[in-house]
Design a protein around this ligand. Structure first.
Ligand SMILES: [Zn+2]
Length: 323
């Protein structure tokens, strides 16, 4: 009798140990996947959109799509920003690892303010991005891991080589994300995302022609507040030959406030210019009355290599137009 009880007790103990070890093992696997930087599992089934934006430098996604990202985030959609270089030469007097770390900290701060869920800075040197096979695979894996419905990036006719190659890499990924045996280590997407270009002012070989223009009036101040975190860029306006100087952001509260206002106004002028340039599109999308009054906007053009959305589809992907 006693033996039987002991055997039962032992069996219970063994079962318990097996359960515990399974749980521990499972936890270790999850942790390992987490530390690899890969996304473990994304719940793409909660009806929310998943958006990934590729900008060449740690301020491009934020500047071109920060408003619309904040609006998606407010509705619970999932936004990820990727900087395809680490921005390590983007300053007049500072460069290298220290600058890369500083700029990475800045994009993380900005993401917090905008509600961007994940922000990643790829460890490529600023000014040296190339459209290599390795980088094509990186793009494909990132888009798949995010289970993206929408992918954004620069046009390949932008002024900066890193912008151009980011655009090329996005185009290169636009079909490959659906091909099973390209990067078979990450499941291909069952449905091609919609790929969109960020706005720019370049005219050749063809000017930017937006398919969707979004009013960002409601989040403009949030965007301006977020972009204020780019202190490395604000103190060193353009790190080119003509402006090899740094104007530190003042510590004195009044002068600091004035500088902040100046920067805010600069962003305001940019967003106003987009609204005015594409006013006809705003009126088409929002109607005459509302469309005329919109002050600030961001604009996006559909890339012809991904899924081609109808006007109705676009309004579902950018759910900011009311009924
Ligand atoms: Zn840039």
């Amino acid at each position: 009798m006693r033996d039987r009880k002991n055997i039962l007790r032992l069996a219970g103990l063994v079962t318990l140990l097996m359960v515990i070890s399974t749980l521990v093992l499972f936890g270790v696997v999850l942790a390992a996947e987490n530390t690899s930087g890969r996304t473990v599992s994304k719940s793409s089934d909660n009806g929310k959109l998943r958006i990934i934006v590729f900008g060449a430098h740690p301020d491009d996604c934020e500047g071109r799509a920060g408003g619309v990202a904040a609006m998606w985030a407010e509705q619970g959609h999932h936004v990820k920003f990727v900087s395809t270089t680490n921005g390590d030469i983007g300053h007049a007097v500072m460069a290298g690892g220290q600058l890369a770390k500083r700029r990475t900290a800045e994009v993380k701060e900005v993401a917090k303010i905008l509600g961007v869920e994940e922000t990643q800075v790829l460890d490529n040197h600023d000014g040296e991005l190339m459209p290599t096979l390795e980088n094509r695979k990186t793009f494909v894996r990132l888009i798949r891991e995010w289970k993206a419905d929408i992918v954004m990036g620069h046009r390949p006719s932008d002024y900066h080589p890193d912008h151009r190659y980011t655009g090329i890499l996005m185009q290169d990924a636009a079909f490959m994300v659906t091909v099973a045996f390209f990067c078979p280590d990450v499941q291909q997407l069952p449905r091609n995302p919609v790929f969109l270009y960020l706005s720019d002012g370049f005219q050749k070989p063809n000017p930017f022609e937006p398919d969707i223009v979004v009013a960002i009036d409601d989040v403009f101040e949030k965007k301006a507040e977020a972009l204020w975190a780019f202190q490395s860029q604000i103190e060193s306006l353009w790190a080119t030959g003509n402006f090899e100087k740094v104007v530190p952001v003042p510590k004195d509260p009044a002068r600091r406030k004035a500088r902040r206002e100046q920067i805010r106004n600069r962003y305001a002028r940019r967003a106003e210019a987009i609204a005015n340039k594409y006013r006809a599109k705003l009126i088409e999308l929002y109607g005459q009355e509302k469309g005329k009054k919109i002050m600030y906007a961001e604009a996006f053009e559909v890339c012809e290599y991904g899924r081609q959305p109808s006007a109705e589809d676009l309004k579902k992907l950018f759910p900011f137009f009311g009924q």
